[in-house]
Design a protein around this ligand. Structure first.
Ligand code: FEO
Length: 401
């Protein structure tokens, strides 16, 4: 049975959700599921905005057929050729062979990489500012390269004042009946997964997101239709504010994110004591995660949120303990900037990991190491408490509370 929702004049939500997926992109846990949003504009001309992931093809085709309501499909706008949105492109073309594919030249090339159907005779290549008139709607295309792939563009429906934003303004999480942000407590219940999605999927491309924000600022937007997650109406201002912070690598809050690994508990014990000392000095925002237990995507999102990081780990095989080594790679590959970082190293016979972490992170723009670092040999000793208090005092000072 089809499951479509009318979300505006001539506009239907025809996407679907997957609640069985364990890892989105084979990388990110999605305990609340994942939505794949697709939209159908049924104007004088009909326009399909993207398709969905293969996992929900049956529902999608029932939805598309119902939303077309007997009409044929005139255009398919491909905002982004990643298969979570366009896995079904060839199947759509086989049912609606007359449909034109509206996309960038880069997308044409990518479609050829993924599919074998004849794209050249079907493509309608658009550039920045090009317009498609569908009858009563005027669609304007804007390029958004690297948000999240190089071929990405977004569409602004001038008539409906709607931005079809591709991956931008998306989120992890399935659609559970409520389709709009004004039907839920978005900031309380959704913002954390929005942040985890942004930081992990497009966190590296802050500069390009800033460029998209500048373009969006010139548009009168009443509704944002992303390719994942809720449709945004009420929280556009707050969402843009968060995107501006994340994409400029500006901390949202003063606070301390403590990420650690601990083989036998010595490092964890020292960091629990350090966290308590921070709290005793009035620090309210303290989060602690064991990187060998909590998925890196959650901790990365917290690193984008808070001003200070404390990284604690063990020297292992003369290097950095594996799960911390991986996490350092995640921080570097996602281009985290402008953070104040404190290092706590452990090593039972030759603690060297602190210096190694420092050399990996010092290339990140705006990184400030809060000195001194702290070194444990196996376990924290009572004669080190004064030294630890000194470390805590420098962290508190750097917070400028
Ligand atoms: Fe949701 Fe970049 O694909």
């Amino acid at each position: 049975m089809y499951n479509i929702r009318e979300i505006g004049k001539d506009l239907y939500y025809i996407g679907c959700s997957d609640r069985r997926l364990s890892l989105f992109e084979s990388a990110y846990p999605v305990p609340d599921g994942m939505s794949y949003n697709s939209y159908l504009l049924n104007d004088e001309k009909t326009v399909l905005f993207d398709t969905v992931d293969k996992s929900c093809s049956e529902q999608f085709f029932e939805n598309l057929d119902a939303a077309l309501n007997g009409k044929s499909l005139d255009y398919i706008v491909v905002h982004h050729m990643e298969p979570d949105h366009c896995a079904l492109l060839q199947d759509v073309i086989s049912i609606y062979p007359e449909a034109k594919i509206v996309c960038t030249q880069k997308t044409v090339n990518m479609i050829k990489q993924f599919f074998d159907f004849d794209i050249d005779t079907r493509s309608m290549v658009v550039k920045e500012g090009d317009i498609l008139n569908t009858g009563s709607h005027e669609l304007v295309f804007y390029m958004a390269p690297m948000v999240h792939w190089p071929e990405v563009m977004v569409t602004y429906d001038k008539t409906g004042k709607i931005l079809f934003s591709a991956d931008a303004f998306g989120s992890f999480g399935a659609i559970n009946g409520n389709l709009f942000d004004d039907e839920v407590n978005w900031e309380r219940d959704y913002l954390d997964e929005v942040r985890r999605y942004y930081t992990n999927i497009v966190g590296k491309y802050g500069l390009q997101v800033q460029m998209l924000l500048k373009k969006a600022a010139g548009l009168d937007i009443e509704m944002i239709c992303p390719l994942h997650g809720l449709i945004i109406k009420n929280n556009i201002g707050l969402f843009v504010e968060k995107y501006d912070k994340w994409s400029s690598y500006t901390p949202e809050e003063k606070g301390v994110l403590i990420a650690y690994t601990s083989v036998y508990g010595g490092t964890e014990n020292a960091l629990n004591i350090l966290a308590g000392m921070l709290a005793d000095r009035g620090v309210k925002n303290i989060k602690m995660y064991d990187l060998s237990y909590t998925h890196y995507s959650k901790v990365l999102a917290e690193c984008f949120k808070y001003s200070n990081l404390v990284l604690g780990t063990t020297t292992y095989n003369g290097g950095i303990f594996e799960s911390m080594q991986n996490f350092i790679h995640v921080l570097v590959s996602h281009n985290l900037q402008n953070r104040k970082i404190s290092l706590v190293e452990n090593g039972s016979w030759a603690p060297v990991c602190g210096g190694q972490i420092k050399s990996l992170l010092e290339g990140l723009k705006g990184t400030e190491f809060i000195e001194p670092g702290f070194c444990i040999k196996s376990t924290l000793k009572s004669n080190q408490l004064d030294e630890l208090e000194n470390v805590v005092n420098t962290i508190v000072k750097s917070l400028e509370l």
